[in-house]
Write a protein that binds this ligand. Structure first.
Ligand code: 5GP
Ligand code: ZN
Length: 141
């Protein structure tokens, strides 16, 4: 499986950078976003390093879709948002900032007026950690 030693998400997969892990299987990893757009915002990444949608293998994107379905259902149950968006960026013009394929699982609230480019503002790490533990326990894998 391809890796990039300079990629922050490859380092998270390798355990060289910590994360609030919520789910993992052979092909994907899910963890809390440390700059959450809303409470419960998390990421599903492929273990394969691929910069974007054009580079990711069919097998890896299929695995990411399956994991996102599972994670979103649990985030929905635990966080209780009014809705969830799956968001995926390709290229700087789309405000992609980490060039390793990932899906954002983004809880939404009615009236939150979240914009497509929501900006990166560090969240409350204790709150993110606690929510991550709750979601991970609810997934149970
Ligand atoms: P993009 O901008 O590429 O669509 O999304 C990248 C996401 O990765 C951003 O939401 C950003 O907050 C998140 N991110 C960047 N670095 C880290 C990190 O070290 N840990 C975690 N948990 N999330 C990160
Ligand atoms: Zn990578």
């Amino acid at each position: 499986m391809s890796k990039d030693p300079d990629c922050i998400f490859c380092k998270i997969i390798a355990g060289d950078i910590p994360c609030f892990r919520i789910y993992e299987d052979e092909d994907t990893l899910a963890f809390m976003d440390i700059n959450p757009a809303n409470e419960g915002h998390c990421l599903v990444i492929t273990k394969e390093h691929a910069a974007n949608l054009y580079k990711v293998s069919d097998a890896a994107i299929s695995a990411a879709a399956r994991s996102a379905k599972k994670v979103a259902a649990v985030v929905n149950a635990v966080v209780g948002p009014d809705g969830i968006n799956l968001v995926q960026a390709n290229g700087e013009g789309a405000e992609q900032s980490v060039f390793h394929f990932h899906l954002h699982v983004m809880p939404r609230r009615i009236g939150d007026e979240l914009k497509m480019n929501w900006g990166h503002h560090p969240g409350d790490m204790e709150r993110i950690k606690a929510l991550g533990e709750e979601i991970a326990a609810a997934i149970g894998d």
